[in-house]
Write a protein that binds this ligand. Structure first.
Ligand code: ATP
Ligand code: MG
Length: 428
């Protein structure tokens, strides 16, 4: 009886707090993020990385809020969901305060940028491209002001040096010294340290790099690949497009031999040196070593200068190399792994979302470095800057537009032009 009474109270309160409407709104937000009803009612534990991230975002978007705080919301999301999130965030009336390393995402959403640089905070009123332009103008102005002041200071100093021994000019010299001390000194603009690293060329591989023939792969009753044929040739840079859960990571795992196909064959060509990056690679580092110790252990014959330079190119400067690996952030770990992989570059790079957690400077450095890469690449990335900069072939996995994987023989830029969308499932 008591229980029944309590149930009545609780139910009333639930209704009062809007519990029943929340369910309807939850479904709406979840549908927006691509969830089907069967998945909504299913278990979160069984979802892939990208889908777990969507659940986390849906939880936040459901609340009523005046201010939204988002820390890298696009990590792990496929482009389809990123575009949805872009549109959603543009439509909410709340204030948004977020961090992001996704340049396209920022350009479409933000109206202000706060830069934190060595303890100083500078605000820019505009999107990311505006910020980059303004920062250049600002630095040029500061550089000019600094040069002018230095010239003036030198002139004053010359006067003082010249007449300091003259009794007749003593008063004048004194007042100039005082004036000089009072001038507020302009600092030269802090130069962003860009360490260029000359990446070595990998040994040349054979012309055929990876051959998949009649490949079948399923998990339980779910068919991921059915009679799939795919051929990667030397110097091709394939990006694999597909929604979260489409089978991108599964393909890369089969190519590197980490997962066997159920049927069919996966073969690698002659003289291949394989480099594989995935989020699991982060766990293969020795947590008890420092960054520097790890590098020295991996490359005992390499000169200290070359190692330092390489770490610098991946933004490890100052005391950073002395940090213990256990205390590194996700982005720092990714940078360390990419640095290790690229010191003696493999000629076939297989990369599963290498840019997650990476900051923009590292990402841009990587795009630049890999543009001249003479090997072959097969990669998954949801970062459009990375896709635009590197992919010269596109593999689009099955989706609502077509039920078999499709290959596109041009770059990502051409793919977007041709199909009119940035990813499968994105409707213009
Ligand atoms: N070991 C496994 N056992 C059962 N199902 C699996 C297993 N590995 C993957 N799957 C399922 O196979 C499908 C494809 O997974 P995969 O990891 O290749 O997707 P993805 O395209 O990389 O997705 P994301 O963009 O989220 O990383 C998903 O539905 C996933 O849940
Ligand atoms: Mg994946």
């Amino acid at each position: 009886m008591e229980a029944l009474e309590r149930y009545g109270h609780v139910q009333e309160e639930y209704q009062h707090l809007g519990g029943y409407e929340v369910e309807a709104r939850a479904r709406e937000v979840l549908h927006g993020l691509g969830f089907e009803d069967a998945v909504i009612d299913g278990d979160v534990g069984a979802l892939s990385g990208g889908w777990k991230m969507r659940v986390a975002i849906a939880k936040i978007l459901l609340g009523k809020f005046d201010v939204l705080l988002l820390d890298e919301p696009t990590n792990h999301l496929d482009i389809e969901s990123i575009v949805w999130l872009e549109r959603f965030l543009k439509s909410v009336p709340s204030t948004i305060f977020m961090t992001s390393h996704d340049r396209d995402f920022m350009n479409r959403i933000v109206t202000r940028i706060v830069e934190i640089d060595a303890g100083e905070i500078i605000t820019y009123t505009g999107n990311y491209d505006f910020y980059v332009r303004e920062r250049e103008v600002r630095e040029a102005n500061q550089e000019a002001a600094y040069a002018r002041q230095q010239a003036k200071l030198a002139k004053e100093q010359r006067f003082i040096d010249r007449f300091s021994a003259h009794a007749a000019k003593a008063a004048q010299v004194q007042s100039r010294v005082k004036a000089l001390e009072k001038i507020e000194k302009i600092e030269p603009p802090r130069k962003r340290k860009v360490v260029n690293f000359d990446f070595r060329n990998p040994p040349r591989s054979g012309d055929d790099v990876a051959m998949l023939e009649h490949v079948d792969k399923r998990f339980g009753s779910k068919v991921i690949y059915d009679d799939f044929n795919f051929h990667v040739r030397r110097r091709e840079r394939w990006c694999v497009m597909g929604k979260n859960g489409a089978g991108k990571s599964t393909l890369l795992k089969m190519v590197v031999g980490a997962l066997p196909p159920d049927d069919g064959t996966v073969r690698l060509g002659a003289a291949l040196k394989l480099g594989y990056f995935s989020q699991q690679s982060l766990d293969l580092l020795d947590r008890d070593l420092t960054v520097w110790e790890q590098m020295q252990r991996d490359f005992p014959l390499e000169s200290i200068g070359a190692l330092r330079n390489l770490l610098g190119a991946f933004q490890f400067s100052g005391d950073d190399p002395d940090k213990k690996i256990r205390s590194l952030s996700g982005g720092e770990k990714s940078r360390l792994i990419m640095a290790r992989m690229l010191l003696e570059p493999p000629n076939f790079l297989v990369l599963d979302e290498p840019t997650n957690h990476l900051d923009l400077a590292t990402k841009e450095m990587l795009v630049e470095a890999l543009k001249d890469f003479e090997g072959t690449m097969l990669f998954v990335s949801h970062d459009r800057t990375f896709l635009r900069g590197l992919a010269n072939r596109v593999l689009e996995l099955a989706g609502e537009e077509h039920d078999r994987p499709m290959t596109f023989g041009g770059s990502y830029v051409e793919y977007v032009e041709r199909t009119g969308r940035e990813a499968p499932g994105v409707h213009a």
